[in-house]
Design a protein around this ligand. Structure first.
Ligand code: GLC
Length: 500
């Protein structure tokens, strides 16, 4: 994207829309705007509210570690620390063709993954947009839609040039289902949905075995597949990242939601002792850390804007940590601050601000764009406010919005560092250092997000924190799911915990 420092320009937003930007000069004086001084005063207030000191971060890390331990010890804890039945790391030599269906947020994705061994793979995929109606309608219909998309994909991608299916009669392809919501599992190909997160709310699904529901849909469409593994995106990311970079010990998603997975010693998961798994074995744990500090709200510094986000969400009280970090909420937090300043008569006096008053209209992508605006006049920010919200801004206001985005984005990254530090501390990874595979729109697109996590880790651990390094992860939901399907097949063929 090239933007000239003066005059007009245009850019394409992640949504595909084109945004025209203009430099304005005299008209800034036409409306009653807040002065530079007023904006600086307000900024100081928000700076105090949104800044996390190193000391506060270390307190959060301690509480976080206790919470992780508790989740491993007992069932039905707020942070559920879900055993995934993914045993140990991949060897790197896994091979084969696997289908993957990925239901996790904005889109539904269907992939065919060819795992080639040696850390290599090939992937063919199609994406389908989910409607709000599908996210909130009947749960079985949502899974039917997944099956329908899979059918279209198989009919097109697995057909040879004259359209005939390439699968031999009776042969079934193994299918990994990446379902990125908290599910309690008794074995790898089953999972009871604890609760929907990330704004989903399809009915008759919470408390149900989602793998069984999806199998029903697969049968309806008579698909030549066998659902062999139900996985979370973090678990997939953990395995896929380790497959290509064996230093990886932890995986995080910073996208619409926020969560982490890591590999735990079975002997340190007291709540599954009765399964009789070899104590020297290892198993991946899906932490579901987005739920940290839910309901009680004892540890995280929530502002009144965070409380409003929570109370007006479809799941008040839940996902307290995620609501301070993930892409679904950051734009909304900033919007609420702006609305407060509008109500106080500080911003946009005399202008019609109704477009800013709708919940969730301020996309988190706007924060990324505001922070990366390279122009002196902040042309990008002019563009966002005029094009999407039909309001005029002064330079002082734009500088304020950019600074505010920075505070909110920085707090999210520093809190993320607290979660990573809790796992690192608990597992004793600090001396050796470790690699953290990270994925999701915030991590991949928000400028400086990774650097701020790394700064946060140094604030928590001192110089030793530099040994914990995040890197862009491999596609966990597709490739990870395929490798897990391959690992599971190998384990079961070897007669190891075949019923798990
Ligand atoms: C939410 C989900 C979790 C998922 C994360 C990232 O936190 O509950 O399962 O891993 O979002 O997609």
């Amino acid at each position: 994207m090239v933007i000239s420092r003066r005059g007009s320009g245009s850019l394409t937003l992640p949504s595909g829309q084109t945004l025209t930007t203009h430099t304005r000069t005299q008209d800034e004086e036409d409306l009653p705007h807040a002065t530079k001084r007023t904006m600086a005063d307000h900024l100081r207030k928000y700076d105090t509210l949104f800044t996390l000191t190193p000391q506060r971060m270390r307190m959060i890390v301690e509480a976080f570690k206790d919470t992780l331990e508790l989740g491993l010890e007992k069932s039905e804890q707020i942070v559920p620390m879900i055993p995934t039945f993914v045993f140990g790391w991949p060897t790197g030599e896994e091979k084969g063709d696997y289908l993957a269906v990925d239901l996790g947020g904005t889109n539904l994705r269907v992939c065919l993954v060819t795992v080639q061994g040696d850390g290599k793979f090939e992937i063919t995929q199609s994406k389908y947009r989910l409607t709000e109606e599908q996210k909130h309608g009947d749960g079985q219909k949502l899974f039917d839609f997944c099956a329908e998309c899979l059918k279209t994909f198989i009919d097109t991608s697995l057909a040879d040039s004259d359209g005939a299916a390439t699968l031999k009669d009776g042969k079934k392809l193994p299918l990994g289902f990446t379902f990125s919501y908290p599910c309690t599992q008794d074995r790898i190909d089953q999972g009871i949905l604890i609760r929907w997160t990330k704004g989903f709310g399809a009915t008759d699904t919470e408390g149900q075995d989602v793998a069984a529901m999806f199998r029903n849909s697969l049968e309806k469409y008579q698909l030549p597949v066998e659902l062999t593994a139900l996985i979370n995106d973090t678990t997939g990311t953990l395995i896929a990242s380790n497959y290509v970079n064996p230093q990886t010990r932890i995986a995080c998603i910073f996208g619409t939601g926020c969560n982490a997975a890591y590999m735990e010693h079975v002997k340190d998961i007291p709540k599954i002792t009765s399964l009789g798994i070899d104590e020297s074995a290892e198993m991946a744990i899906n932490c579901e850390w987005g739920a940290f500090d839910s309901f009680e709200h004892e540890h995280l510094p929530r502002t009144k804007y965070d409380i409003t986000v929570d109370e007006t969400s479809n799941k008040p009280g839940e996902q307290a940590f995620e609501k301070l970090i993930s892409g679904r909420y950051l734009g909304e937090i900033l919007r609420l601050v702006i609305c407060e300043l509008i109500d106080e008569g500080v911003l946009f006096l005399g202008q019609n601000t109704y477009k800013l008053e709708n919940p969730y209209v301020f996309d988190t992508a706007f924060l990324s764009l505001m922070e990366s605006d390279p122009t002196d006049e902040l042309l990008m920010i002019i563009g966002i406010f005029t094009h999407f919200f039909a309001v005029e801004t002064t330079l002082a206001e734009r500088q304020f919005f950019r600074a505010l985005a920075k505070l909110i984005g920085r707090r999210a990254a520093r809190l993320s560092a607290c979660g990573i530090a809790a796992i690192v501390g608990k597992m004793g990874y600090l001396d050796e250092g470790c690699s953290v595979g990270a994925d999701g729109s915030l991590y991949n697109k928000y400028p400086g997000f990774a650097d701020r996590i790394h700064e946060g880790l140094v604030d928590i651990f001192g110089e030793r924190g530099r040994k914990i390094i995040t890197h862009h992860a491999e596609d966990g939901s597709g490739v990870g799911s395929a490798i897990i399907a391959a690992m599971t097949k190998k384990r079961k063929d070897a007669g190891l915990y075949v019923s798990l």
